[in-house]
Design a protein around this ligand. Structure first.
Ligand code: ATP
Ligand code: MN
Ligand code: MN
Length: 295
């Protein structure tokens, strides 16, 4: 198959990867080829970890931090220090649609992306609030609106996406002046204020049994070496759901499994990507505002 300048030898395209849905590896390749123009801008320069299912999503999961040795030379990689400082990890990086197609042919259902880019890998260009509901989707929806209200008070813009899982992710674009520890400290304080505002709704307890029915505001994605599922990635779940950027006006009606490998391209052809391109923000002023709210 030819994608741009690259020729990619596809293998086992008839292999069923999603048994309940009849989605084959060929379907996955086709999806990532078509979504490339929409998805690649969100992946450029980001170290990736690859969640792969050569035998389908009910089979063994492979999870590659390092790009396997046999990957072709043209596939970009990023060498980054290990979290504990001992040695390097050589992550795959997607710079074009051909790279995405290559990974799909490797049965990579979900590429997980860093919150920073390789040229400044210690400074995230986004904050992500990972909203993990204890039960249904309703509490995630409410958390998204409550968090948006607070971040709006701080002067920060927010973007919302479904994860293809049970919850939602809220993104805030950053200007990369803060490192991960600073960004995470900010996110933790924001989550703390929201929890103080609605103590029955939210918790920042990492221990599951201490959450007692409250939605977990997971700010731990905002760390060196951590990932989040990027926009338009497929998830290894029945229905082949896709992590999907939303316009805020869509959140009232959306279902967590609504957008899938089979449907999301039609949506993009119809209305385009709902996320505006926002400039990255500094946390300095929002942090000052947060402290006055806190008092
Ligand atoms: P959901 O909406 O169901 O919570 P999610 O993608 O947010 O879906 P989480 O378990 O909250 O799932 O994890 C958040 C992110 O952290 C993921 O998108 C993924 O990139 C990363 N992550 C979490 N756990 C793992 C893991 N065991 N292996 C690899 N990456 C993980
Ligand atoms: Mn989550
Ligand atoms: Mn989480």
């Amino acid at each position: 198959m030819k994608v741009g300048r690259r020729t990619i030898e596809l293998s086992k395209t008839d292999k069923v990867l999603f048994p309940g849905d009849g989605v084959t590896k060929g379907d996955l390749v086709e999806y990532y080829e078509a979504i490339g123009p929409w998805m690649v801008p969100y992946l450029k320069q980001r170290p990736l970890s690859l969640e792969r299912y050569p035998d389908g999503i009910d089979g063994q999961q492979l999870f590659n931090q390092n790009a396997p040795q046999y990957f072709p030379d043209w596939l970009e990689t990023a060498d980054v220090d290990r979290v504990n400082g001992s040695g390097h990890v050589r992550h795959a990086v997607v710079r074009d649609t051909a790279s995405l197609v290559y990974l799909a042919n490797q049965a990579c259902v979900t590429p997980h992306a860093w919150l920073s880019r390789a040229d400044r890998v210690r400074n995230p260009d986004q904050l992500i609030f990972d909203l993990d509901p204890p039960d249904g989707f309703e509490s995630a929806r409410r958390a998204a609106f409550d968090l948006r209200e607070l971040l709006d008070e701080l002067g920060l813009p927010t973007l919302v996406k479904t994860t293809g899982g049970k919850g939602l992710h809220i993104h805030v674009p950053l200007d990369r002046t803060a490192d991960f520890d600073t960004a995470r400290t900010f996110a933790r304080e924001v989550a703390g204020v929201l929890t103080a505002r609605y103590p029955k709704r939210y918790t920042i307890e990492q221990r599951k049994n201490a959450r007692r029915g409250r939605l977990y505001l997971d700010i731990m994605r905002n760390a060196y070496g951590q990932t989040a599922v990027p926009p338009y990635a497929v998830r290894a779940r029945p229905g082949a759901p896709v992590a999907t950027p939303l316009d805020w006006s869509e959140l009232d009606d959306v279902h967590p499994d609504q957008h899938t490998l089979r449907t999301v391209l039609d949506r993009l052809d119809g209305t385009g990507d709902p996320w505006p391109r926002l400039r990255g923000r500094s946390l300095t002023k929002p942090w000052q505002r947060l402290r006055t709210i806190n008092q």
